[in-house]
Design a protein around this ligand. Sequence first.
Ligand SMILES: C[S@@+](CC[C@H](N)C(=O)[O-])C[C@H]1O[C@@H](n2cnc3c(N)ncnc32)[C@H](O)[C@@H]1O
Length: 257
Amino acid sequence: MLFFPPEGREHTVPLLPACAAQVAGGLLALMLALTFQSLWQIPLLFAAAQGLAAAGIAALLRAPRWWLAIHLGFVPLIVAARMLELPSWIWPAGFLSLLLVFWRTDRSRVPLYLTNATASAAVGALLRPTPCRVLDLGCGDGGLLLRLARTRPDCHFIGFEHAPLTWAWARLRCRGLRNIEIRYGDFWSHSLHGYALVYAFLSPVPMERLWHKAQREMDRDAQLISNSFEIPTISPLRVIEVADQRQTRLYCYRPAG
Ligand SMILES: C[S@@+](CC[C@H](N)C(=O)[O-])C[C@H]1O[C@@H](n2cnc3c(N)ncnc32)[C@H](O)[C@@H]1O
């Protein structure tokens, strides 16, 4: 049985199978410790056995390769970190901060990474010369919108963000500019109608769903720009190679054109 989503079914939630691999890894390590008593005495060794078992089980469940590294290191790193004897509030505080920044990445499958200044300028060059409205789907810290809004005071920029801390940070950064609106919430429930340019820097997972939404809702002459992630099976009208360090590619589409 496949617990981890194969290609094309990436929308399924990977958290449950990941937990299952961790718990099963723990049980296997316990069984091993009943045979080899030395595992009880050296916690890091026990944790390493658990990590190995969890990674092995995840591999059997066909987890993506980068998940195996997480399984391998998860419990051993917890045990190693506990040896540092840090104050106990550090752990819930760290968990809460990560949760508020990354929110439900396990569901959205879109983590936080940011558009750099060079790529922002390339996006700015794609804006029509007349006043228009621009939408950033998952605006992160608002950096892209801030740069665009400064160079194009005649345009109106709207960003949606669902991670609470990231949203609050973006609101704070953009509060001085009248042509930016940072809204809290899920961009999937917002219509793409009325925007000249919709920008997405997401992940491979939601691109097909985004394409269908864009085809239904975007205006005929509106552009959809995707940073780094192509829409499967759809040829972009243009691909812009940005001269930045990470060699960003901007895929340009006109979904309703
Ligand atoms: C890769 S970052 C891009 C940030 C920003 N657009 C940029 O280019 O600098 C994607 C952001 O989208 C947010 N996000 C993911 N799914 C979302 C959703 N359904 N609704 C609102 N925000 C979402 C994430 O929290 C993350 O901050």
